[in-house]
Design a protein around this ligand. Structure first.
Ligand SMILES: [Zn+2]
Ligand SMILES: [Zn+2]
Length: 528
């Protein structure tokens, strides 16, 4: 089997991993490298949709490979892409026989929409639900092309005004001009621990997906087997979260596969110096610690409680919901978070009893009318809570009237835990609470780049202005801590270890593993 890696090398995220055997080639994740992207772009400076894949190729955000990208993104730019430098031409060949996603984080899914239309996309139903939700709720223009296929630069005939008009005139297609069959991508909803079989010139290839634990539901790992040889790909994972048993199960299966190679994440692996002096251990907070510390703070505080937490981390959202319930408060969340929960509820409506039970065992979703879980509707438009002030999902929320506003919280602050992030700080003016009466639980990752630091400063300024008490960071990483990672890798004991999704792959050499550490090079083929 062969492995070629085009992203996630010496960087956290942006994984793009090809695994092949005989004439079959599979792509695992096709994500955005945050560090490469942030070098050129920011919140308000983005690659241009009208330039197809060009902006991304030029800046090395996606690899310059032929027979990978959609023809409608190549043809209009043939003069550039067909040059000696790139040698990318429109074609009906596809180097990817199937795409597999580990989880719905942008550094893993961002560029799926660039893949050729016929590429089968394997995801589990949870990631599929999140991607579908994101394609409606996010402003990222690439998202709509992941589960559907909207051909770019398409012209359609204009409707004739008079039957006598002879010449057909064309217009640019909008979403309504595409037929259902035209936009349908080949999405295959994968079941876990069930082998998906592919026949290659080197015999049968089996691909198995396993549940793992990460800061988003639906995260999974893979075992790829051909002719008695197995390769493991961990995706992103942790062993200190709420679903340890999933990771332990995968670890056993990976060990039994006696793998020739493991491609593993190493997000939290520190510099060699910090590894040797052990200082990295100070950052180990588990999801249980988050629960204990949050429970204690919520119980002791009598006024309004604000909480900032990751919005797609279902474990964390449901933690604050359960703590609100425990203290007879209402967890008031944004319409977007409510929409995510709603997406899951709607999907579960069509599933059978055992699947629903299994999901609820791990993620106990509030029901639609739960008084402890409500949408906080901010003021929009004219700011007077009229239907005209809202659009999209917010309008739905407004119509159903299942929401609260600043007025409810202002009158009974002690009855609420309100989700509040940087973009909602202006609500503090409307909430108008006395100084030192409001607690802000900081349940999110510490800023790790300039843009985040600037936002953190502004958030702090708002909290200071309103005399809001801010807690220390109460957060547990979505990634494996180093000691857990070492024992995980020792247990699986692969012959070769290929670190990705890490800034310090070379430090793996000091882990005391039996296998050989391979520091991958972009685009190089490793054969096992
Ligand atoms: Zn990642
Ligand atoms: Zn992730």
């Amino acid at each position: 089997m062969n492995i070629e890696i085009f992203g996630g090398i010496n960087e956290i995220g942006g994984n793009k991993i090809f695994i092949s055997a005989g004439d079959k080639k599979f792509l695992f994740d096709f994500g955005l490298s945050f560090s490469d992207n942030n070098q050129y772009f920011s919140e308000f400076l983005n690659p241009r949709k009208f330039n197809g894949i060009i902006d991304y190729i030029y800046l090395d955000l996606i690899p310059p490979l032929n027979n990978l990208y959609r023809n409608d993104l190549i043809t209009p730019f043939s003069d550039v892409l067909n040059s000696k430098h790139y040698n990318i031409t429109p074609s009906n060949q596809n180097i990817v026989d199937a795409f597999f996603l580990t989880h719905a984080h942008m550094d893993h899914y961002k560029f799926i929409g660039f893949l050729k239309k016929g590429t089968p996309i394997y995801v589990n139903w949870i990631s599929d639900t999140i991607l579908d939700y994101l394609s409606k709720a996010s402003t990222d223009p690439l998202l709509s092309d992941i589960l559907n296929f909207y051909e770019s630069f398409k012209l359609v005939p204009k409707k004739k005004k008079k039957a006598s008009e002879e010449e057909i005139q064309y217009k640019r297609a909008n979403k309504n001009d595409y037929s259902h069959s035209e936009i349908k991508r080949k999405i295959i909803i994968m079941d876990e621990e069930k082998p998906y079989k592919f026949n290659s010139t080197k015999g049968e290839i089996l691909i198995n997906q396993y549940k793992t634990d990460h800061s988003i539901p639906g995260a999974c790992s893979y075992i790829i087997t051909n002719d008695g040889t197995s390769i493991i790909y961990t995706g992103d994972f942790r062993m200190h979260g709420a679903h340890k048993e999933w990771v332990n199960n995968f670890m056993q299966k990976a060990k039994e596969a006696n793998p020739i190679a493991i491609i593993t994440e190493g997000t939290r692996v520190p510099t060699l110096e910090d590894f040797k002096n052990g200082s990295y251990r100070s950052e180990n907070q588990s999801e249980d610690d988050v629960e204990i510390r949050s429970r204690d703070l919520i119980r002791k505080h009598s006024g309004l409680i604000l909480v900032n937490c990751p919005t797609r981390n279902l474990d964390r959202l449901l933690l604050y919901y359960s703590l609100a319930k425990e203290n007879d408060r209402t967890f008031a969340i944004t319409p977007k978070i409510f929409q995510l929960i709603d997406s899951f509820r709607m999907r579960l409506d069509n599933m059978d009893e055992t699947e629903i039970k299994e999901f609820y065992k791990h993620y106990h979703l509030p029901n639609f009318h739960d008084k402890h879980f409500k949408v906080y509707l901010p003021r929009k438009g004219w700011g007077i809570f009229e239907s005209k002030d809202y659009k999209g999902y917010d309008k739905e929320v407004f119509k159903i009237k299942n929401y609260i506003t600043y007025k409810d919280i202002k009158t009974n602050p002690e009855q609420f835990i309100l989700y509040l992030d940087y973009f909602m700080t202006t609500e503090l003016i409307d909430l108008d609470q006395p100084e030192n009466s409001v607690l802000f639980i900081n349940s999110t990752t510490d800023p790790f780049n300039e843009e985040m630091l600037l936002k953190e400063d502004k958030l702090n300024a708002w909290l200071n202005r309103f005399g809001v008490l801010k807690t220390e960071t109460i957060h547990s990483s979505g990634h494996c801590n180093v000691d857990d990672l070492i024992s995980f890798l020792k247990e699986i004991d692969a012959d070769n270890i290929i670190p990705v999704h890490t800034n310090h792959p070379e430090v793996f050499k000091n882990f005391g593993l039996n296998g050989k550490i391979i520091l991958p090079k972009k685009g190089k083929t490793y054969t096992f």
